[in-house]
Write a protein that binds this ligand. Sequence first.
Ligand code: PRX
Length: 687
Amino acid sequence: MASEGCQIFNPAEKVAKISHCSSMEQYKQMYEKSIKEPEAFWGEIAKDFYFEEAVTGKFVDYNFDTTNGKIFIRWLAGAKTNICYNCLDRHVAAGKGDQVAFYWVGNDPADAEEVTYADLLKEVCRLANYLKSKGVAKGDKVAIYMPMIKELVVAMLAVARIGAVHSIVFGGYSAESLSDRMLDAEARVLITADAVWRGAKLIHLKEIADDAIKICKEKEQNVRLNLVVQHMKNVTAPQSVTNGAANGNPAKKTHFDDKGNYKVTWNPEVDVWWHDALAYMSTECPPLWMDTEDPLFMLYTSGSTGKPKGVLHTIGGYMLYSATTFKYSFDYQPNDVYFCTADIGWITGHSYVTYGPLLNNATSVLFEGVPTYPHTGRFWEIIEKYKVSKFYTAPTAIRTLMKFGDDPVKKYDLSSLSVLGSVGEPINPEAWLWYYKVVGDSNVSIVDTFWQTETGGHVITPLPGATPCKPGSACFPFFGVDVALLDEEGAEIKGEGEGYLVFRRPWPGIMRTVYGNHERFETTYFKKFPGFYCTGDGARRDKDGYIWVTGRIDDMLNVSGHLLSTAQVESAMVEHSSVAESAVVARPHTVKGECLYCFVTLAEGCEFSDKLTAELKNKVRGRIGPFATPDFIQLAPGLPKTRSGKIMRRVLRKIAVGDRDFGDISTLADPSIVEVLFQHRPKEGKV
Ligand code: PRX
């Protein structure tokens, strides 16, 4: 963490000159208005959008205090709108139909396509008509498990157009994770693709989806439609594959026929090809006018109990908030080309690949691939080619690319860039400075945007034309966000200090409930400090009022910007018959931010071996997904527990990094276990 006296970086002049908010004075005025007169502030913004019917009730109404009854949040009561209409029809009607909405860039640089607003609207209508013909109606849940292709955007918008609810599951999740989410969401319709290349790896999406459908069936939830995009026939395979060894594994050849076509197994009862389904559908479909508080989507995020929570967002507030944060945090201007590298399967992709940009009539890059394939300059090559001006990625990607030095960046002309964003975890000042100096040539504004799946959009962020930045600080609250820091007792820390990061009132984009479990919503976010939404993060406010998010203070891990709960990983481990108990903690990692360090206590008579650790890693991959694979697994003859049986995780975190400074361990039932665990640490470098 940088010191208080760290260097301050002023907004790039080229950004400030034309910015929607070009000084701290203006920011403060706007911020104050957003807090004192939310109705006037957001009401003015709402005028940019189309509402079929105006607000009839309270503009904003809420209860944040569990001691006063149920928690609820409502914005724009009584108004009716459709977010898909606002993303597409509104712009096409204004004569912007020929504008490019997305430059699609494939995994292989040879694959690229341009999609205009008019193209998108037609395709969305065709899918909307098809879904309607299959009986998909208002409020129905549609699961989506797809690669980063335009059909994914089409699927989201078509679902929203007809008033159904999308539940997107990141294409890196396993069949079990996908089925867990489909079961919880009660989704009986799935949209997927045959497969996708991610770098040189082939991800068999349809095969995984088939397994998930099977699991759903075993649990008596029949999926009635599985719509499949035939993606593989349109893309260039990595050279290693055209030479015969897909994925470095000849067995993978079984997925291709003699002509090199990708093969899928087909269940005619549920499977339908996307191109067949849409072939005869009309390109016109009226949007369904929805109540602003009707659900738009749910997106699952890890919960500290280990069971993922379906974070539910509603239409009106999310629309205003994703659009407004996009406009101000990136200072979006009409001629910009914007590129967000996040997968749509995460909230960043929902708000800042699909909704925020489309609501602003933006032109964006939609990238299917990975930053290091087929070379480590891939991002920079894309920025040069499309003259990207606003770029948004994660600290873990920045750190990965930093490792290759400055040369792959310097090979490209990145002078089009003016705003660089960061999201997902605290960005270390070293990565911030590299991003600023090497990628941005010291002539950009950096925005370190703090937010969560739950917040719907940025809640603490610099504004690129206004805020002087301190590397590593997310700076100040966005409009409408009322930040407080609390101590353990719930007393507010004013001025300088460190504590729980909480918010005192709702902004339009805050989640409304946990799908199917409102009580869990109340307990997770509101019980600890009545009257406040609790983020689960800690933060420090410095003497100048800058906010520094220090990371999670609950049992969550942040691996490459993806939140996981320790409980989720632990329950996967104990499914192995050799494991009696397991405890998982985060260990700092130079690229991923944090990685998983797992302690396992074995069942009687079982032996700790390389074979077992490999099996355990596979177990976690299968249960959650490859991104959750543990980096370290160590034998734990016992775990450090208090007399009441609670595992003292801070001790395990110390052991994970080889630090003997344990602090007070006198409350442990058996303090000698700490030394035993230390002796069993794997040798550095051995994973
Ligand atoms: O711990 C914070 C961290 O990511 C968490 C939210 O994760 P998720 O819901 O998966 O959403 C990620 C993308 C918005 C937060 O509770 N986090 C996210 N952005 C930042 C951050 N921590 C510090 N600085 C950030 N800019």
